[in-house]
Every structure is written in structure tokens, then in C-alpha cells.
Design a protein around this ligand. Structure first.
Ligand code: DGY
Length: 365
């Protein structure tokens, strides 16, 4: 787009004329007809919206952020010192429509006294549902078998006693019980565990962040509630060795980058399933592709890939038949995205009017 085009787009996206007395909120993606009125109905506000359904162009953002009091971004839109500098001293709140916040330079926002709003909790159920779906899809060879149907090759594969079999997730007590592992045991992992109880899950292991305090009481309470035989915190080596299904549900960022690497994958069972519904950076894609190719593990179901969305048909994981790859749709239910957008709008409104944010990220912890 030309610079004249940018300016026209920016002008046309203002809900009213710019007035000195209005506080400006820049919104990097239209939040839809149910949520935008929350912002647009406030006469004290000038709302500037990126007018396309794709990531906002940096140039547009840097131009429009100047003088803003609030900013709404979506997952992946980088909030950098450069952007904060361009915003100037009025900026009070950055609200992200995501539970993850590694796209925000927290040190830089904290240094400027800017609040950060995010959207935890409202997406927990949707991501937990998807985690179960990925575990089932990967173990039951859904990726490979669906592409066989879609490519017209089903007629070549009549039903056969052991055709397309994979390891079973559920156990009725007659089959060997499955050990479920969680790398990260926060809200989404616990919601995933709740969904696994009807599958007959009795043994659960997890690794938490090394800096998190012991959670023995919580674990005992969960084990009692779900009638588990055991719920244990273990180290990552034991997690890899023991898990039949390993759910990766931990935050991204430099501390967890490639935490699932070749060493971990080599320790896993040949029948194990790896599920990643958190951040692509946690799993070394090359190592996972090698693990699948050389059959160190059975399969993988992933909703996130390092470097996404630049994941084409030549990506090493897309090429693996036993890898189910989804394009980061964990929270993509109509109900959840509406709740996330609403919370993102409420967070920005509270921030610009100097009220407590409904869901504020603790920048001190
Ligand atoms: C988040 O909220 O961080 C998700 O990854 C986007 O669905």
C-alpha cells in the first residue's frame, strides 16, 4: 500500500474525527460486530483500527500509535521498545488477545509503567478440547488415513485385521493403563487431565517450571478428586521415558525453547504420542521429524510450529505422515474467540480509564 493509501485507510478506520480531548486506542485487528461497539460507543475515545484481516503493517502501526493511550494487539504482533517509543508517553495499556505474551517486551513495558492485559482462563476449555483431539488424531493415524481418502487411494486399502492400527488412548482396566505426561501443569494441562478421566487414566506425571513452588497439597487433592493411582512431579527424563502420551502445555520464550529435543525424544516409548498445543518453540522440529521418521515414537499431534505461519508443504513435520499438523487453532471456537476479544476490549478500556484491568499480567512476578 502507498503512503497515501495508508493514510486513507487510517483515516477511514477512525470512527469519528480526531479531537484533542479524545484518548486514542489503536486496535491491530477488527474485533467484530459484537465487540467493537464496546470501544466505539465511548465518545471519549478515538478508535483507530487496522482495516484488514491480516497482521497490521509495521509502518501503519508505527505511524498510528503516536499519542495513543491504549493498544490492542493479537498473538504475534510484536510490542517492542521501538513501538513504545513511537507511542510516546501517553500509552497506559497494552492489551493482547491471547494468553501468551512472549510477543510483548515485558521489561520495556514495565520500565514505562504500562499495564499489560491478556486473556487467560477463557480459552482453557477450547485448548484442552483440542489437545485431546490431537492425541486421538495422532494415535489413530487420522492424518495419514484422511489424506489417503482425500487422494482417492482408499480403494487400494480394503479393511484388514491390523491395517492402520495405533495405540489406544482409553483403557477399561483389561488393557494396560496409560501413563499420561504433562510438560507444564497449569490451567490448560489440568483441564486436559479432567477430560482424560473418562478414558480410564489412572497414572499421571508432570514436570513443572523449576522455579515454581512444590504443589503437593494440590496434587493430592487432584489425585483424590479424579481417583488416580498416582499424580507425581518428575524430572523431564522420567517424563519422557514413562509417558504414553506426552502433552506439551507450557509457556514459550527463551527458557523453554527446544525443551523437547533429540535427547528427550530418544528416551520416549516407541508407542508414545507427543502433543504440542502451546508454542512451537518448545519442540525442536528437526528432532521431532527425525524421531517420527526413525520411529523412536509413534506419532505427534501439533497445533503450533516454530516459525509459524511459514510452514509450507516442504516443512519437515508436514512431510511426516505420522504428524498431524494444525495451523494454531487451539482457541478457535466461536465462543472462545468472542470471550477473548471481549476481555481484550475490557482490558484496554480499564487501562485507558485508569481502572483495574479485569485480567492484568503481573509484571512484578
Ligand atoms: C494464545 O492465546 O496465546 C493462543 O496461542 C492463541 O490462541
Amino acid at each position: 500500500m502507498t503512503s497515501v493509501g495508508h493514510r486513507l485507510a487510517s483515516l477511514s478506520s477512525h470512527f469519528s474525527g480526531n479531537s484533542e480531548s479524545q484518548m486514542k486506542i489503536v486496535v491491530c485487528r477488527d474485533l467484530g460486530p459484537d465487540v467493537m461497539p464496546l470501544l466505539r460507543s465511548r465518545s471519549e475515545l478515538e478508535i483507530v483500527v487496522w482495516p484488514h484481516d491480516r497482521p497490521s503493517e509495521r509502518k501503519w502501526l508505527l505511524e498510528n500509535i503516536n499519542g495513543a493511550t491504549g493498544l490492542i494487539v493479537v498473538f504475534g504482533e510484536a510490542v517492542t521498545p521501538e513501538l513504545l517509543e513511537a507511542a510516546g508517553p501517553n500509552l497506559r495499556v497494552v492489551s493482547t488477545m491471547s494468553v501468551g505474551y512472549e510477543h510483548i517486551d515485558l521489561t520495556a513495558v514495565a520500565a514505562r509503567g504500562i499495564k499489560v492485559g491478556y486473556t487467560p482462563d477463557v480459552l482453557t476449555d477450547a485448548v484442552a478440547d483440542l489437545s485431546i483431539m490431537l492425541a486421538l488424531m495422532a494415535s489413530r493415524n487420522a492424518g495419514e488415513t484422511m489424506s489417503l481418502v482425500q487422494s482417492g487411494h482408499w480403494p487400494l486399502h480394503s479393511w484388514s485385521p491390523f491395517g492402520f492400527c495405533g495405540p489406544q488412548l482409553s483403557s477399561d482396566g483389561t488393557t494396560k493403563p496409560r501413563t499420561i505426561g504433562f510438560l507444564g501443569f497449569g490451567r490448560i494441562a489440568q483441564a486436559t487431565l479432567a477430560r482424560l478421566i473418562p478414558f480410564g487414566v489412572k497414572r499421571v506425571i508432570y514436570t513443572g517450571s523449576p522455579s515454581s513452588p512444590p504443589t503437593l497439597e494440590r496434587d493430592q487433592a487432584l489425585a483424590k478428586e479424579y481417583k488416580l493411582d498416582s499424580l507425581l512431579r518428575v524430572d523431564i527424563a522420567e517424563l519422557a521415558t514413562e509417558s504414553d502420551v506426552l502433552f506439551v502445555l507450557a509457556p514459550g520464550g527463551p527458557k523453554t525453547r527446544h525443551i523437547v529435543n533429540e535427547e528427550v525424544l530418544r528416551k520416549m516409548k516407541k508407542t508414545a504420542i507427543l502433543v504440542n498445543a502451546s508454542r512451537g518453540t518448545l519442540v525442536d522440529s528437526d528432532a521431532l521429524a527425525k524421531a517420527l521418521r526413525e520411529k523412536w515414537i509413534w506419532g505427534a499431534g501439533i497445533d503450533v510450529v516454530e516459525g509459524e505461519p511459514q510452514v509450507g508443504i516442504d516443512h519437515c513435520l508436514v512431510k511426516e505422515p505420522r504428524c498431524v499438523v494444525l495451523p494454531h487453532i487451539g482457541s478457535a471456537t466461536l465462543e472462545t474467540r468472542l470471550a477473548m476479544a471481549t476481555l481484550a476490549a475490557k482490558n484496554v478500556l480499564a487501562g485507558v480509564f485508569g481502572e483495574p484491568l479485569p485480567s492484568e499480567l503481573n509484571l512484578k512476578g
